[in-house]
Design a protein around this ligand. Structure first.
Ligand SMILES: *[C@@H]1O[C@H](CO)[C@@H](O)[C@H](O)[C@H]1NC(C)=O
Ligand SMILES: *[C@@H]1O[C@H](CO)[C@@H](O)[C@H](O)[C@H]1NC(C)=O
Ligand SMILES: *[C@@H]1O[C@H](CO)[C@@H](O)[C@H](O)[C@H]1NC(C)=O
Length: 398
């Protein structure tokens, strides 16, 4: 009940601000909300970022979405259209022009993680420091609505948005593409074959895979520099290379059989309470992301809007304190509830590294997978709306 009241309040304030704003997107709203719980009043400051209303032109989105690469005419990774589901359900006499617009990410035929195509991606403006400061880490609620094109060909899988927390700068820094997640973590999602869902977590690999050596750092490398990427590339084609996904079986008998076996298991999550939907599994790949809750009851369907919600809290300050929290909801039903997690190696300590505690919405979507068998055979799209990110000192959304 409190939940829906809160959402209503957030929406009301957000809508009133949107109406008076000409920018179509409220970059950041600070709301003071009083929540009633079991008769007791508790004040909680809630910080809110939202992009839920799309302009007719993509260029107007560059500022609120902070696109990583400038848009080029004719080669856009995104477009903006009227809501495809509403268009279908409207009778022909109604004007399409009155329907809300949505964002679409576009996947050209033959594209996958390593193809030459620019992938649809942006990161939001980080929430302000106050939204994520204080003696304890705050809860983050991240939300979006997504619609896979009717008849979507899932192929082998692809990446979906999530939160990015911390800094990707420095050696062993990246929180995607094989990075070691030393000073950051990311909670992107993935779809897999047949629309299976999963959380594709990048977090403190030195904690989850203590036996794996991080890449050698020469001086202070920035993961995004070409030198660092070359190093990363080298690591990928190492003798003990572990394939990104589910081809482990074919490696099992080989010289790295033991390593492969571990990558197929959920051994890295031992001691952490991870609840996933029935029939789903977890997989600990030391080179890429940790798959949590793959398959089972966690399934996306093409041709309908889905709500994806994540609630995240960083583990407490200290050496690998196991009290991080991460929950994923699909259409308001929990599909993953993970507790006692380590997300940042040294936990939440805004005093030590304020820049390293940034909270951003991370949109980075493509087919793959680093191998060609992930590529989409035809042009496809996913539609999006309702990007939201909110922080609060307690888990008011549970
Ligand atoms: C929220 O409350 C604080 C003090 O409690 C106040 O300074 C601030 O202006 C309030 N913000 C809004 C948006 O009402
Ligand atoms: C996780 O699963 C266990 C065992 O089924 C159950 O007792 C517990 O309540 C679950 N926790 C959550 C947070 O769903
Ligand atoms: C998804 O979220 C929107 C906005 O909060 C809500 O109106 C809609 O009912 C939700 N849909 C599902 C399937 O949960």
């Amino acid at each position: 009940m409190q939940h829906s009241i809160l959402i209503l309040l957030i929406l009301q304030v957000a809508l009133s601000l949107l109406n008076t704003s000409t920018t179509h997107a409220a970059p950041l709203l600070e709301l003071n909300i009083t929540i009633t719980r079991g008769g007791q009043k508790k004040s909680d400051k809630v910080y809110h970022w939202e992009v839920d209303s799309f302009p007719s032109s993509l260029s107007q989105l560059e500022v609120p979405l902070q696109l990583e690469t400038p848009l080029k005419r004719g080669r856009d990774q995104f477009d903006i259209v009227r809501d495809p589901v509403l268009i279908k359900s409207q009778s022909q006499c109604l004007s399409k022009a009155t329907l809300p617009r949505v964002l679409r990410s576009l996947y050209p035929a033959n594209s996958y993680a390593r193809s030459k195509d620019r992938h649809p991606s942006f990161t939001s403006t980080p929430l302000p420091k106050e939204a994520f400061s204080g003696p304890a880490s705050r809860y983050i609620r991240l939300e979006y609505q997504m619609l896979f094109k009717p008849g979507f060909n899932w192929v082998k899988g692809g990446k979906l948005p999530g939160a990015l927390i911390g800094s990707e700068k420095g050696c062993n820094a990246g929180c995607s593409g094989g990075g070691s997640a030393e000073n950051c973590f990311s909670t992107r999602m993935m779809w897999r074959e047949g629309g299976q869902g999963e959380l594709y977590l990048y977090a403190a690999k030195s904690v989850y895979f203590p036996e794996q050596k991080p890449e050698t750092c020469r001086g202070s490398l920035n993961k995004r520099s070409s030198e660092a990427l070359a190093l990363l590339e080298k690591r990928r084609i190492d003798a003990v290379r572990i394939p990104e996904d589910d081809e482990y079986e074919s490696y099992e008998g080989g010289p790295n059989g033991a390593l492969m076996k571990r990558a197929m298991s959920d051994s890295c999550l031992q001691g952490m309470r991870v609840n996933i939907s029935e029939g789903a599994r977890n997989m600990c790949n030391p080179n890429y992301g940790i798959s949590i809750g793959r398959g089972g009851g966690f399934q996306f369907k093409a041709g309908q809007w889905h709500n994806v919600t994540q609630i995240v809290r960083v583990n407490s300050k200290g050496k690998a304190v196991r009290d991080g929290y991460l929950a994923v909801y699909l259409d308001n039903n929990p599909v993953i509830v993970a507790q006692d997690l380590v997300l940042l190696k040294n936990g939440y300590d805004p005093k030590k590294d304020p820049a390293g505690q940034q909270v951003k919405f991370m949109f980075s979507s493509f087919f793959g997978g680093a191998t060609k068998d992930y590529a989409t055979p035809n042009n496809q799209w996913i539609a999006w709306k309702g990007f939201k990110m909110t922080t609060s000192s307690s888990n008011i959304w549970e």
